[in-house]
Each structure stands twice: as C-alpha cells, then as structure tokens.
Design a protein around this ligand. Structure first.
Ligand code: PEP
Ligand code: MG
Length: 845
C-alpha cells in the first residue's frame, strides 16, 4: 500500500476539518482533510504533483499526486468574493511542482478583514482512493512539519478523470444560466458533486465545448464556471434521466449560494436606486395601479398592442440552406443594430445606444447560437430553430430571482423577433395608431418603443417590467409617461376607451368622466403654458425679487444630460454622478477613458463650471471588479469616500483623470459621504499628491454634506474646503434613520422634515462663517415647493434634475430674500414635515 506524507503548506494552528466555520467543509462535502489557521502568508506545495486546478480568484488550488491523490487547498472562507485581490499565484494550471515549492502568496490582513475567515483547508477530494488518513494536531510549521499521511487503497485505478459519455446514448439537459454571483467556487462545486454522486450514471457538466466530471469538485472548479455562464448536463447510464431531472433545478436555484444579489456588472446606473415594489390594487375598480416608470400625465384612448406572431414550418429539407438563411438573417440584424447604435451615439444618446449594443452582443452569444444551429443540423427550419433557442433563453432569464436580469428577457425577445422578421421577410409590425394613443401591452420591446411615432403616442402601459427595464429607460428619454407592472386587467381594456395615465403616481384611470378628463386637460394646459413661460426665461439668471442671484445648475449622469441641461438654461453642473462610468462593466474604467469622458462634458458646457463627484458606490451595490464583502449594514459600511480609502488606486486614477480634464475648463471635485475631518484631510492629501505629479493647477475642492456629523461640524469642515453641496437624499436617510429605498418607509421619509431643515441651516451658517458657498444637489432642490425655504436658509446654488431647471429658476424669482427668510424661519419652527408642507403650500397661493 502506498503511503504519502504531506508537509504543512502553512505555519499555524491545525484544526479538525469539522471545526471549520463553513458547513461545506465541516460536513466534508468537498472531502476529508484538515484546516490551518495560518500565521504565515505563503502557501507551499505539501506534496510533489501537478497543478490540476487553479481557480481564477486564486484562492483555491489543487495538486494531483502521481498516485492519483488530489489535494485541494482553499485559502480562507468565502474568499472567492475577493476576486483575486490579496492573492498572488506563483504557479499555473498544468505545472509540475515539488513538495515545498511556493504556490500562492496572500495578504493575510486583507483577507482577515475582507472575508469570513483566513482558515485554510487542505482537502483530499477523491476519497474513494483513500484507505486511511493519519492527521497531525497542534502547531504546523510550513514546509517542515508533517501534516498528514495518506494510505492509498491497493488496486484502485484513478476514477477521477474527466469523462464525457461516449458510446452510450447521453441525455442532454436544457441550457442552464448560472445564477451564482461568484460562479462555481468550492461550495456550489461540492454540492453539485455531492448530488451527482447519488447516481450511478456518468454525469458531465458542459460549458463552451468543455466537459467536466460532475462528481469531482476539482473537475467542476477547473471548468471555471462564472456568473451568467450557460452550462448543460450530459448524463448516460441507468439513472441518467432521474439525475438530470433532479440536478438541473438545483443548479438553477444556486446550489446553496445566495443568488438574490446580482453582481454589479448586471446593474444599470438607474438601478442604483432600488426598484419600486409592485403596487397592490387600489380597491377602486376604475383605478389600476402599477409602477411609476416615466413621469407625466397623459390623457388619451386605449390601444392594445398585440404580440407579434410568426408562422413557419418546423421541418426543413436542406439543412445547409437553412444554415445560410439563419446566418444571413443574423448578419443583417447585427448590421441594423450597429447602425442604430451608431446613430444614437451621434445624438449623444449613450444610454439608448448601450441598449442596442447589448442586443448586438446577444446575437453573438455562442451558446444561444449553438442551440439554434444544433436544431438546424437535426433538420429543423431556421425559423423554428431560432424561435426555440431565443424563447428558451428568455424563459430561463425570466425565471431568475435577479429582477434586473429577468427584465433582460424582454431584450432577448426583442432581438429574437428582429431576426425572425428578417427570416420571414416581414417589416416590424405597425398598427395604425389613432391620435393620443395610450399603448397597452403585456410587454413592449425596446426597439418598438424607440421607433414609435411620438406625435401620436401619449403613454405606455405594460403589465410586466419595472422602472429599470429598458422600455422604461427609453420612455423617459422620449418624455412619454409610462406605467410598468400594471394590474393584469389593463389587458382587458377595450380599444378606444378614454384613459388618464399618471406616470408620476403609476395609476391608470378607466371610465374617466368627461368632467374629469376636461379638468385634467385643463390642468395640463395650464402646466404647458407655465412651462412655455418658464422656458422663455430659462436662459436668464435666477434672481430673487430683490436681486439676489441663486445659481441654478444641473445634476447629470452622462454627456447627453450636460447637452440637454445647457439647452434648458443650466448655468453649469452641480453634480456629475461619476458612477455611470463604473457600472455595467467588468473592469474599472482607465484613466484615459475617464479623462475623455470628463473632458467631453466640460467642453459641452462651453465655459460653464462642472462639479465631478468621485465614485459613490458602496456595500449595497458592489462593483464586480472591486471586492466588497457583504455587509450587515451597507448604508453604514464601506460606502462613498470610504471606498476611495480602501481602494486608493481607484481613487487616484479618478483624481488624475479629473485633474487632467480640468485643463479644459472650470472643474471642481467633490467627495461623497464625508463624515469626519480626518477623512477630508486624508483625501485632500491624496488629491494633492496626484496634482503635484501631474503638475497641473489646483482645483476647487468640496464635500457632499450627507451625514449629520458633516452638518453639525460644518464650521470646521468649511475651513478645509472651498464649497459644500448638501445631498438631501442621504442627509434625510441618515437624519431620520430611514433607508431611502425602503418601500414601507417611503411615505414617512421627507426631506422637508424640520430636523433635516435644521441641519441645512447649520451647514449654511458654517459655510458662510468661513466665507464659503454652498449648494443643494439632493432631490429637495428639484422640489418647487422647497425653493423659498432653501433660499431663505442661505443656499447659494441649486443643482437640480435637467427638466426642472426652468421651473426652479421661476420659483426663485417669486420671492424676495426677506420673504424667503421669513418662510425659512417659520419652517424651522414647525414640528413635522407635514406642517412644513402645509406652510409652504399656503405661502405659494
Ligand atoms: C444625495 O444623497 O442627496 C445625493 C445627491 O447623492 P445620491 O442621491 O447620488 O446618493
Ligand atoms: Mg448621496
């Protein structure tokens, strides 16, 4: 019998595997072994062998001994989420190593603070080879002390090779989209192997033409299955059918991982705000409730949009011809999408362009195309094959718990139909629309909405989707009021029925009386007239009745908003939410990319000032390339500027890009969620170091006042900075201790609460004492009712949403400084937000 002795790969205290704080290891689901709580930071090879698996996150490596014995070493617990940060591998998969060779260096402090534990597991993953294991106890000394001696069973051939069923008829599962945010790391791999081992059949996990034995944790991990990958199971043997039927749903539901949280790559900029919950019935049969997806009120008549259907034969005679037809339809669709994207980019409509870029990408998905091509090879028509492929994929997306991804199913159907139309030689279905049409459908595709006749269509109403769906994004850019997720009865509304759609409240009024319609139309007319008047004066300064100037600037998220802001009279940009550059991607934007983006915006502002807020993401919304372990209280965790301290390179790259762009115009920099004086001092040092390296002129520095400590110490902060900008969204959240995205608290969280107003006053007084200026860039600045209070409290600048600019300027002009001060003093004396609102309504009459 062969005996193999392992030397300790690390120094530290040896623990029985049963004591590891992770059931996957403690219950030996990966295999038997030991754990070391390390005091050293280099993992050495405990045996001679071949590196048969090295996880892309570099936290796990497997060596296979010439006897077939596999030893997996897993550094820390839940370290896959660190995505390689804190690890440096010295070896590659396939490499031969000798006992005592250095395998992986790791940053023990970083792991200790960013993962659940540093305890490192040494596991024997192919227990079927093992007769017995003698395990050491006590203290291990790396490379020196023996850790375990494994006795290998005699006459056992290594069964752990990757196998793909060959001669037997294999059962192939449906395509499965991986929902695990960190892919198949040790836990899901162990659970899958455990499930597969219950069956006698050979079961292979297939990904991109590669295959792994599903009964081997190492083989599964070696496949490097990542989030959103598409895999299939192939099984052959007596119980193949049962195995596939039992295992597929387990993979779909995450194999024990929490699959509710999407990785940030899948999160759109607009999704930073939590999606609104689906509303319940109003109790009034004539008032249907849904989700407010695009603001505004529309009065019009119902037009039901029917789903586009295609007729086609299932079978075909010439597979070669079908393949050619399919490929040419794909090519034409891709060309059309590329042209559409290009023209949208020319209009600086980047968010819409990105939607069609994503559609283009979908048509290049190898797994999706493979399903269609396989069916064509089996003698099916191109139409049937494609229809099967994209509808199957869309259904799988729809079934995901991740709402944002589920909403992408609609995009897939959209591109799916685009190709079908080309295959059938059909134009996009066009219904002749009456004037003032309110379109109702189960769902509308982004392509349909983007090409709609905006003269005729006054509103959209869909029973599916949410405020983050692409249809909603396009509707907002077209300024068409929209409700998503409306109650199903909407589909029973008869064509021609008069309707009132309120895109602010998310309600649809049926059987509206003529009086109500007239009243709504009258109100709309007044609003339109007022808007026109405000627009006429949009390019004038906003002066109070006694001539005090209030700067009215824009909150923007990207270049196109800057362009739109200038057209509506913005005197600059008071808040560029720079997150737009960081989201929906798998690696951080380069300095050059950021520099170009900031430069293009400052140039579009034609001499007006721009405030760039540095990256403001956090534990509640992680970025895929930035390891951020889950936090119990993400809003109180590593968020805002704290990200910049933990990931200084990200901060420094952004600071350099902003500084370089500042040579093209008046750029100021602003830091989010500053809560202590030490933080502003520290961040200024980093900024200054980068500035000196670049040799550019200093720029003005400001902070967002978003937490009570910053407001209370405003006089101290004012000595450190050039300006303040109050983020009332967060200031309200932290003042009232109410999560700003919490559905049940939504009606209680109000920025006009006197407690928040008192903090604003403290901030204004602190700034002015030191001769500094201050603005408000939170949502309160865009609320017309709040204007006199803010002006009366001493605010110098209002940074508002682009469409609100003319209106907010008009509100400033309504009051003298004295009147505004009296209103503000009275508001500060109110007891509740309701009282403040009542006071302001009265003053406005
Ligand atoms: C705020 O908190 O008010 C603010 C403007 O920042 P954001 O909404 O981006 O958190
Ligand atoms: Mg904020």
């Amino acid at each position: 019998m062969q005996k193999i002795t392992l030397t300790a790969p690390l120094s530290g205290i040896i623990y029985p595997i049963e004591e590891v704080p992770d059931p996957v290891f403690a219950q030996k689901m990966v295999g038997d072994g030991l754990s070391i709580d390390p005091t050293s930071h280099t993992l050495f090879a405990p045996i001679d062998g071949t590196v048969t698996q090295l996880h892309s996150a570099m936290h796990a490596v497997t060596l296979t001994h010439s006897s077939g014995l596999e030893v997996m070493m897993h550094i820390g617990i839940d370290t896959v989420a660190l995505k390689g940060k804190g690890f440096e591998a010295h070896i590659k998969a396939g490499q031969e190593v000798k006992q005592g060779d250095a395998l992986i260096d790791f940053d023990i402090d970083f792991i200790a603070t960013n993962a659940k534990s540093v305890m490192t597991q040494i596991i024997f993953t192919n227990g079927e080879l093992i007769e017995s294991i003698e395990k050491a106890e006590g203290i291990a000394e790396s490379k020196e002390s023996p850790l375990a001696t494994v006795t290998i069973k005699e006459a056992l051939v290594c069964q752990n090779t990757i196998n793909t069923p060959q001669n037997e008829e294999a059962i192939l599962s449906e395509m499965i989209i991986i929902p695990n945010p960190t892919g198949f790391h040790a836990r899901p791999a162990a659970i899958l192997a455990g499930l597969a081992k219950k069956y006698t059949s050979k079961i292979a996990l297939l990904k991109n033409g590669k295959s792994a034995n599903s009964k081997s944790v190492v083989a599964i991990m070696g496949l490097d299955v990542q989030y959103n990958d598409t895999v299939q199971l192939s099984a052959s043997g007596e119980d193949a059918k049962e195995a596939v039927a039992a295992i597929v749903p387990q993979i779909q539901s995450g194999l024990g991982d929490d699959v509710k949280a999407p990785p940030a790559a899948a999160v759109t900029a607009s999704a930073i705000k939590k999606p609104e919950p689906k509303k319940k019935s109003s109790g009034d049969p004539d008032l249907l409730m849904g989700i407010a997806a695009s603001p505004g009120v529309a009065v019009g008549i119902a037009v039901q949009i029917k789903e586009e259907k295609f007729d086609f034969a299932e079978e075909a005679t010439d597979a070669h011809e079908q393949k050619n037809r399919f490929e040419s339809a794909l090519e034409s669709s891709k060309n059309d999408l590329a042209a559409l994207k290009e023209s949208l980019e020319k209009e600086a409509n980047l968010s819409k362009a990105a939607i069609f870029a994503a559609h283009h990408e979908m048509l290049e998905d190898p797994d999706l195309l493979e399903i269609a091509q396989n069916l064509i090879d089996q003698g099916k028509s191109a139409e049937y094959s494609w229809d099967q492929a994209y509808t199957l994929y869309a259904k799988q997306l729809e079934g995901l718990q991740n709402k944002l991804l589920a909403e992408r199913a609609n995009d897939l159907r959209d591109v799916g139909k685009r190709v079908m139309r080309l295959l059938r030689g059909k134009e996009q279905a066009s219904q002749t629309l009456p004037d003032n049409a309110i379109l109702i459908a189960e769902e509308l595709t982004p392509s349909f909405v983007a090409t709609i006749d905006t003269q005729k269509v006054k509103g959209f109403c869909i029973t599916t989707g949410g405020a983050t769906s692409h249809v909603a994004i396009i509707a907002r850019s077209l300024d068409i009021p929209t409700i998503a997720g409306i109650e199903e009865q909407a589909l029973d509304i008869i064509d021609g029925e008069p309707l009132i759609l309120d895109g602010d409240k998310g309600t649809l009024r049926l059987h509206a009386s003529q009086t109500l319609i007239d009243e709504t139309i009258h109100k709309q007319q007044l609003i339109t007239e007022e808007r026109a008047k405000n627009l006429e004066r949009a390019f004038e300064e906003a002066l109070t009745a006694d001539g005090k100037k209030i700067e009215v600037v824009a909150n923007i998220g990207e270049l196109k908003d800057a362009v739109a802001g200038v057209k509506l009279g913005a005197e600059g940009v008071g808040l560029l939410r720079s997150e737009f550059l960081f989201l929906e991607r798998t690696s951080e934007p380069s300095e050059e990319e950021q520099y170009e983006a900031y430069r293009d915006i400052i140039l579009a502002l034609e001499g007006r000032p721009l405030i760039v807020r540095t990256l403001d993401v956090g534990g509640d919304k992680p970025l895929p390339y930035l390891p951020m372990p889950a936090e119990e209280n993400p809003f109180l965790g590593v968020r805002g500027i704290r990200i910049g301290f933990e990931n200084q390179e990200i901060f420094r790259v952004q600071a350099r890009a902003v500084l370089r762009a500042s040579t093209h115009g008046k750029i100021r920099i602003m830091f989010p969620m500053i809560s202590t004086i030490d933080e502003i001092r520290e961040v200024k040092v980093m900024l200054e170091e980068e500035r000196e390296k670049l040799g550019v002129a200093p720029i003005e520095v400001g902070i967002m006042v978003e937490v009570p400590s910053a407001a209370i110490l405003a006089d101290q902060f004012a000595k450190e900075v050039d300006f303040f900008s109050i983020g009332t969204n967060d200031l309200t959240q932290y003042t009232l201790a109410m999560d700003r995205g919490h559905a049940r608290l939504a009606s209680k969280i109000d920025a006009l609460d006197p407690a928040v107003l008192r903090f604003i006053k403290l901030t204004a007084d602190g700034a002015h004492k030191e001769g500094k200026w201050l603005g408000v860039c939170g949502g309160l600045a865009s609320d017309p009712l709040a204007v006199p209070v803010l002006v009366g409290l001493g605010i110098d600048e209002l940074s508002v949403s682009v469409p609100s600019i003319p209106k907010i300027k008009a509100e400033v002009r309504r009051y003298s400084s004295n009147e505004a001060q009296t209103i503000a003093s009275n508001a500060l004396l109110c007891a509740t937000a309701k009282d403040v609102r009542a006071l302001l309504e009265k003053e406005r009459r």
